[in-house]
Write a protein of this length. Structure first.
Length: 118
């Protein structure tokens, strides 16, 4: 298994990429929510026509969302389950504890204390 570890300077260089991935996650999640609401309003179980087209779009957005999450994992990073659009970055020991958190909402990179991650 390839361990990722980042010092402050390396984590700062990740920020533009993490910002782009976070934007992608936010946009795709919004589209997914919208499409799911639209699908709920359509009657019947028809897989063709308007409902079928919405289902295809929904699958495409979910696939792209999964790909963005895989990009984070390939960097050794992960989404913080408790804070939407917050990306955890492993520190110099290769662990999230003592690493960093990029908050895409506040556009900030903060160090994580050693006991801050479950």
């Amino acid at each position: 298994m390839n361990t990722h570890n980042y010092d402050r300077s390396q984590a700062e260089r990740l920020v533009p990429l993490l910002k782009a991935i976070a934007r992608e996650l936010q946009e795709r999640s919004g589209h997914i929510d919208q499409l799911e609401r639209e699908l709920e309003t359509l009657r019947g179980d028809e897989r063709s026509g308007p409902k079928g087209k919405l289902l295809v779009r929904l699958v495409e957005h979910r696939r792209a969302l999964n790909e963005a999450e895989r990009e984070l994992a390939a960097l050794g990073c992960a989404l913080d389950e408790d804070h939407p659009l917050r990306v955890l970055i492993p520190g110099d020991r290769g662990e999230f504890e003592g690493g960093f958190a990029f908050d895409a909402v506040r556009n900030s990179l903060e160090p994580l204390p050693v006991d801050s991650v479950r």
